[in-house]
Ligand binder design. Structure first.
Ligand SMILES: [Zn+2]
Length: 50
């Protein structure tokens, strides 16, 4: 298995990097997705970090 480039998804509220996903080289814009943050204890907007 080839090592995939990973990016983190950081909570936009508290800044915690709660998720890592495989980077998609075909996608240039920054991913923003609603995910559960265990620190905020609710669904918040998470942004891709590089
Ligand atoms: Zn949070």
């Amino acid at each position: 298995m080839v090592a995939q480039k990973k990016v983190a998804l950081a909570c936009s509220v508290c800044g915690s990097r709660n998720y890592t996903i495989a980077a998609n080289p075909n996608r240039q814009e920054r991913l923003e997705i609603k995910k559960f943050c265990k620190y905020c204890q609710k669904y918040t907007l998470h942004r891709e970090t590089r």
